[in-house]
Design a protein around this ligand. Sequence first.
Ligand code: MN
Length: 237
Amino acid sequence: MNQKPDCALDRRQFLMQAGSVVTSFAIPGLSGLLRAYDAETSIVLPPLPYAQAALAPSISENTISFHYGKHHQGYVNNAVKLVAGTEYEKMPLEEIVRKTAGKPDLAGIFNNTAQVFNHTFYWKSMKPGGGGKPSGRIGEAIVQSFGGYQKFVEAFSTAATTQFASGWAWLVLDSSKLRVIKTPNAETPLTMSLRPLITIDVWEHAYYLDYQNRRPDYVKAFVDNLLNWDFAEQNMA
Ligand code: MN
């Protein structure tokens, strides 16, 4: 469609073939996070981790097709255009998000690059056959931090259903404790010294074709059937 994403992809692929590009972009305290989703070092639309129909019936192929192919692609296209010729053009995606946060004159770059990051993180936060009570290290952390799996479900579902209008709910690591937070619009825990573990998109475009106004049903399907605990545990590293 345009040349910029291809250039970015080629550069990333070259760097990844050439060596450990991911660690070269590591930010102190977040190296584990960066290892877990190494595709976000430039502004690209990464491949979905599953087929577009793989999350049905919880999320339909039609929803994924629009959400990934139109919305996420749109944020990528806008971000690439907005950073062209600026000091942000060659920066890793996460660094652009951090450096433009809270600056009104850079809101366009922030909103679009943060949405690129958030959406890539969202796709990885789900998997076919996911959801339910986690085991292992993440399961222990959930119990220690929330007092039990059901308490986590309540906290996460409440955050996701009460985020007013557009935004996101997140499971994050705050020093050694897990917490649930919600963010409006494109806001992201990347700018808050919190390590994101899982996110759910609660913009209407994420669920309206399948659930219309029934956001709680979409949130329940995410928690029960899709939540990718393997990804959450990788991000704790
Ligand atoms: Mn979205």
